[in-house]
Design a protein around this ligand. Structure first.
Ligand code: BGC
Length: 430
C-alpha cells in the first residue's frame, strides 16, 4: 500500500536568489562579482522567475502538485535600512495570489541565505544587531502578506552555518591560495566574510540565530495567528563507525549542529526537515562519506532513505509536526532522480507508519537553478531551464511526482516516459 495521509502536502521549492534573477542588492551578488570570487560564476538572470513566476506556478500546478515553497527576498523588501518597498511586497503578494488561483498552497520562507548589503555592512549574521533587524523586516512583511500564506518558515536551514563548520567544509575560505579570494570578497562586501549567512557559524551563532528565529516567529504569528510558523533545519542521517571515538565524535557533532536548534523549536508550530545524504562519523573525529559509496553530482553519498532517518530524528527530538521542506538530488540522469524520489518517499511512508507526524513532502527543486558557490552545473530540478532562452522543459521526474501527488500514493502506473517533455502544454501554450 502506498497511500499517504489525506491532505498531504506535495510540493516543490525554490529560493529567491537562486531563481529570480538580478538580485543585485543582496550580499551574495557582491560576493559573486568579487575578483577573484569564491563563486564559480555569478547568478545573473538566474531563471528570470521574478518575471516568469506565473508560468512556473502554472507548470507546478499542471503537474498535480499542491504546494509551492518560495522565499521572500529581504534585499528587495528593505533595500536600505528602514526603507521598505511597497512594490516588492506587492510582487510577493502576486506570487501568493498566483498560487491560490491555481489551487496551490504558498509556503513562504523569510530568509533563505541572502541578506541586503546594508545588513552585511553592519556585520550581518555575525553581529547581534541582526536579531532586531530581521524581526523588523519579518514584522513588516508579515503584516503585508503572511495572512495569505499556508505555512511560514522563518530561517532556511538555521543550523547550516554551524554544520558547515562542523563538517570542516569551510576550509576553502582559508589557507594561502584562498587569501586573495577572501580579500576580494571582503572588499566587495565592505564587511568580513563571516557576515554572510553561510559563513557565520561558530561561537555565538546558535544563540544569535535562535534569538532571531524566536522574534521572527512571534512577529509572523502576531500578524497571522492561523498560519503555522517554524524554522527549517538541515538534518542528515548520521552514523558512527563502530568505535568509541567515532561515537563520541558523533555526540559532539549532534550537540553542535542539532541540539540548540531542536531546543529552539519548542514554541514553533512545525519543523521543516531538509535532507540530502548520510554523514559517517569516523574515529578521527572527521565526518564524511562512507568509503566507496555512490556519489551524486554534489559529491554527496547517494542515500535517499536518509530522509526517513532525518524525520524520525526530528520527531524524536521535538515531537513537532514535520514538513519535509527540501529533499532532492543533483543529477544529469533523470531516471536516477526518479529512483531517488521513490526511495525517499518510501522511507517517509515507513516513518509515517511508525507514527512520525509528517504533513508533507516538498522536493528541492522546481527549476534547475543557481546552486550557490557551485553555480549552474548541479541540476536538482524537476524542470530544466535553457540558460540562453529561459525555455522550461519538464523532466519525467516532474510528471512522476505530479502523478504521485494526484493519487496521494506511490502506486502509480509506470513507466513514466523517458526524455524531456516540452513545457508549453501545462501553461496552455503547447
Ligand atoms: C539549500 C538550497 C540548496 C540545496 C542544495 C539546501 O541546503 O536550502 O538552497 O540549493 O540545499 O544544495
Amino acid at each position: 500500500m502506498g497511500e499517504f495521509p489525506s491532505g498531504f502536502v506535495w510540493g516543490a521549492a525554490t529560493a529567491a536568489h537562486q531563481v529570480e534573477g538580478g538580485n543585485w542588492n543582496a550580499d551574495c551578488w557582491a560576493l559573486e562579482h568579487a575578483r577573484p570570487s569564491l563563486f564559480v560564476e555569478p547568478s545573473g538572470d538566474a531563471c528570470d522567475h521574478a518575471a516568469r513566476y506565473g508560468d512556473d506556478i502554472a507548470l507546478l500546478a499542471g503537474l498535480g502538485l499542491n504546494a509551492y515553497r518560495f522565499s521572500i527576498e529581504w534585499a528587495r523588501i528593505e533595500p536600505e535600512e528602514g526603507a521598505f518597498s511597497m512594490a516588492a511586497l506587492d510582487h510577493y503578494r502576486r506570487v501568493i495570489e498566483a498560487c491560490w488561483t491555481r489551487g496551490v498552497q504558498p509556503i513562504g520562507t523569510f530568509h533563505h541565505f541572502t541578506s541586503p548589503r546594508w545588513v552585511a555592512r553592519q556585520g550581518g549574521w555575525a553581529d547581534d544587531r541582526i536579531i532586531d533587524c530581521f524581526a523588523r523586516y519579518c514584522e513588516r512583511t508579515a503584516d503585508a502578506l503572511a495572512h495569505e500564506l499556508a505555512w511560514a518558515c522563518t530561517i532556511n536551514e538555521i543550523n547550516i552555518p554551524d554544520t558547515l563548520v562542523a563538517q570542516k567544509r569551510l576550509r576553502a575560505l582559508d589557507g594561502p591560495e584562498a587569501a586573495e579570494r577572501r580579500a576580494a570578497a571582503q572588499s566587495a562586501l565592505g564587511a568580513p566574510l563571516e557576515s554572510f549567512y553561510l559563513f557565520a557559524g561558530g561561537a555565538g551563532y546558535a544563540e544569535r540565530a535562535c534569538a532571531a528565529h524566536a522574534k521572527a516567529r512571534d512577529a509572523i504569528g502576531a500578524a497571522a495567528p492561523h498560519v503555522p510558523v517554524g524554522m527549517t533545519m538541515s538534518i542528515q542521517e548520521d552514523e558512527a563507525e563502530d568505535h568509541d571515538d567515532a561515537r563520541e565524535a558523533l555526540a559532539r557533532y549532534r550537540a553542535a549542529v542539532y541540539a540548540p536548534y531542536y531546543a529552539a523549536t519548542a514554541k514553533d508550530d512545525f519543523i521543516g526537515v531538509q535532507t540530502y545524504t548520510r554523514m559517517m562519523h569516523f574515529r578521527d573525529g572527521r565526518p564524511g562519506r562512507p568509503k566507496g559509496c555512490v556519489r551524486t553530482m554534489m559529491g554527496y553519498e547517494y542515500r535517499p532513505e536518509a530522509l526517513g532517518f532525518a524525520c524520525r530524528d526530528a520527531w524524536a527530538q521535538t515531537r513537532k509536526p514535520i514538513l519535509v521542506t527540501e529533499s532532492g538530488i543533483a543529477t544529469a540522469n533523470d531516471a536516477e532522480r526518479r529512483a531517488f524520489i521513490r526511495t525517499a518517499l518510501d522511507s517517509v511512508r515507513d516513518a509515517l507508519a511508525d507514527g512520525v507526524d509528517i504533513r508533507g513532502y516538498v522536493y528541492w527543486t522546481l527549476l534547475d537553478n543557481y546552486e550557490w558557490l557551485s553555480g549552474y552545473r548541479p541540476t536538482f530540478g524537476l524542470i530544466g531551464v535553457d540558460r540562453v532562452t529561459q525555455r522550461r522543459a519538464l523532466k519525467p521526474s516532474a510528471a512522476m511526482l505530479g502523478a504521485i501527488a494526484r493519487v496521494n500514493s506511490l502506486d502509480i502506473a509506470e513507466p513514466i516516459e523517458e526524455g524531456i517533455v516540452g513545457a508549453g502544454a501545462a501553461v496552455g501554450l503547447g
